[in-house]
Design a protein around this ligand. Structure first.
Ligand code: NAD
Length: 336
């Protein structure tokens, strides 16, 4: 198609100019050996353009991929990630994923499975038996990490617990358990807050990078923070509290170049969801758009890796929930 103001002669001229420019580029280009260029120059223009562009794109992609792989690995070699709840499920998958990219990882957990995971990862992994609720545990653990790795620039708060109970069991005339409520808040809210408040001082000691950033904090919230069924009232509200910390934390830590991100997964296959019965799983899966299945811990870890890599992501709660929306149908039905 020619533009109205463009004569066919001009088009021919332009094509010729492009052809000359391309031939010149090929002569001077390091992408092709000189002999190959000569051969290609004698072939017809369309063929030349076709192979050349394909070749250029292929080689340029290969170079880019190589470069980004190299820089990624380099970037991750400078990362020391402190992962609470790193002994199992999502925390463990995050540890394995970023360790694989060259990061040093610390698994801070009350489960001794963390020792096995760290041993499997080798030299650049450390397990510290840490209860996130206890100041003493966290301070001691941070001391070990400082000695072994010199500091921390990524904090992943993944330690968490879940419990199902409605606000009131009308059949048994039983109100929601106080202990369950306190236990969920103690770990999911206080534990996360406790580790964060103690860790940011250490993170602020880091030398800023090219973006004047010193680190990133990634908190495992949940899509249940905004889509809670009645039986997850306590758990859901702990996760709302976690999501609610994202913005004020990001604002409070921007002066030190520390980013803060909340990750809100939907139902994920992990030890946390393993006790769910098949009919319950089916009900939740029906509320997802696609894919119609539980997510994997690795899929969440993949997003976490992207959040570490990308300096622009900050002050946001990101849902990774397969488009889950809670269906209230049946909730209003009168209970006996
Ligand atoms: N699995 C899901 O479907 C799902 C969905 C959304 C959000 N999440 C959240 O993601 C995080 C990880 O969940 P998961 O599925 O990997 O659970 P998980 O049960 O597999 O792992 C949780 C880990 O936290 C550790 N932990 C618990 N209390 C602790 C404490 N006081 N101190 C230190 N460590 C403690 C446990 O030992 C365990 O290793 C949790 O915060 C959870 O609420 C999970």
């Amino acid at each position: 198609m020619t533009r109205k103001d463009e004569r066919p002669d001009d088009c021919r001229e332009q094509k010729r100019a492009v052809r000359m420019e391309l031939a010149g580029f090929l002569r001077n280009s390091s992408y092709f050996p000189r002999r190959e260029v000569k051969e290609r120059e004698t072939s017809n223009f369309n063929g030349l353009l076709g192979c050349t562009l394909k070749g250029l794109v292929r080689e340029s992609l290969a170079r880019q991929t190589k470069i980004s792989r190299e820089s990624l690995t380099n970037e991750f070699q400078h990362i020391v990630a402190y992962i609470t709840g790193g002994a199992n499920g999502i925390g463990k998958a995050i540890a394995q994923k970023i360790h694989c990219q060259g990061a040093k990882v610390v698994l801070a957990d009350i489960s001794c499975n963390g020792a096995k995971v760290a041993e499997g990862l080798g030299e650049k992994a450390l397990f510290t038996c840490t209860d996130v609720r206890l100041e003493k545990d966290v301070v001691e653990s941070m001391k070990c990490v400082k000695e072994k790795f010199g500091g921390v620039n990524v904090l992943i708060n993944s330690a968490g617990v879940v419990g199902y109970e409605p606000i009131y069991d009308f059949k048994k005339k039983k109100p929601h358990s106080v202990d369950l409520y306190k236990c969920l808040y103690d770990t999911n809210v206080w534990g996360l807050f406790n580790v964060t408040r103690l860790m940011v001082g250490l993170m602020a000691e880091n030398k800023p990078d090219a973006n004047r950033q010193r680190g990133v904090i990634i908190n495992l919230s949940s899509m249940i923070a905004c889509e809670s069924p009645p039986g997850l009232i306590a758990y859901g509200s702990t996760k709302s509290a976690v999501s609610g910390m994202t913005i004020p934390l990001a604002r409070g830590l921007a002066c030190k170049g520390i980013r803060v991100i909340g990750i809100c997964p939907g139902f994920i296959d992990s030890p946390m969801t393993a006790p769910q019965k098949p009919e319950e799983r089916k009900k939740w899966i029906n509320m997802k758009l696609t894919p119609k299945r539980y997510g994997t811990c690795e899929e969440v870890a993949h997003l976490v890796q992207a959040c570490i890599e990308n300096p622009l992501i900050n002050g946001e709660n990101i849902r990774i929930d397969m488009g889950f929306r809670y269906n209230q149908e049946g909730d209003a039905a009168e209970q006996p």
